[in-house]
Design a protein around this ligand. Structure first.
Ligand code: FE2
Ligand code: FE2
Length: 252
């Protein structure tokens, strides 16, 4: 598994996310879409259902998110956070576009709707910022395993490059969002924080089971067993909860 430690962010409190996102946007892995012979028909069939699902999952206008972010930024007097979240939405949309372009190379048509995605979008909008972030970060931790499996599943150099970029970005997103949860929980009742952590564990367990059932073939080809997928997902969650609790990324 990849590890949140790889981001080497040792001072979360003073970390300048806007500077990071800006730097990242101009230091992306170069992607060469000219070769359309890297995937066999069988591999194309294997990746199609999940890549379609992640392609729509990654893209979002983030209207509701923006609204709750502005409210939170006002409350905490943190204008920079609004900009950082704008960058974040921009990166997610880049991810969606990147997958779409890759799919185009192999004539994989995007889908308009996916029920898991619909459930996630519904859940995100149920309540305020915390609800949005809890659901988002769950999906991102699942994505860490997914892009690792996707990278392993075929010999496509382009797809491996895309997955490397995704993993690089998503690792930092998980840290970013976990730190947001820290800013929320630090000023709140400890008992409620405990309940939220239990909800996060519950949500992660349901999500990983649904994702496994739907995309088992891809994960297995990408060197995952159900046990490894479960173990890794729960480990990411543990690291995320550690950040939420302490406001720090413990570098081992
Ligand atoms: Fe993403
Ligand atoms: Fe992300």
């Amino acid at each position: 598994m990849v590890n949140l430690n790889e981001t080497k962010i040792d001072n979360l409190k003073g970390f300048d996310w806007n500077k990071y996102f800006e730097y990242n946007s101009s230091h992306l892995i170069k992607l060469d879409y000219s070769n359309n012979k890297e995937l066999t028909e069988k591999e194309k069939e294997l990746i199609t259902p999940s890549i379609r699902a992640f392609q729509i999952g990654e893209g979002s206008e983030g209207k509701h998110l923006k609204k709750v972010v502005e409210k939170f930024a006002k409350k905490t007097n943190d204008e920079e956070y609004i900009k950082a979240m704008d960058w974040f939405v921009l990166e997610e949309n880049r991810h969606s576009m990147t997958l779409k372009k890759y799919m185009e190379v192999y004539g994989i048509k995007p889908i308009e709707k996916n029920w898991i995605d619909n459930v996630f979008r519904f859940l995100r909008k149920l309540m305020g910022l915390e609800c949005e972030v809890v659901v988002l970060v769950t999906a991102e931790m699942i994505a860490l395993s997914y892009y690792t499996a996707l990278s392993n599943a075929t010999n496509s150099k382009l797809l491996k490059d895309i997955c490397s970029q995704m993993l690089h970005d998503e690792l930092r997103h998980v840290v970013f969002q976990s730190y947001t949860l820290h800013k929320i929980s630090i000023i709140r009742n400890k008992f409620i924080n405990k309940i939220v952590r239990e909800i996060r564990k519950f949500l992660m367990r349901i999500t990983l089971n649904v994702v496994w059932i739907k995309y088992k073939d891809l994960f297995e080809k990408g060197n995952y067993s159900k046990e490894i997928f479960k173990k890794d997902s729960l480990e990411y969650l543990k690291q995320s909860i550690d950040i939420e609790k302490t406001g720090e990324l413990i570098l081992k």
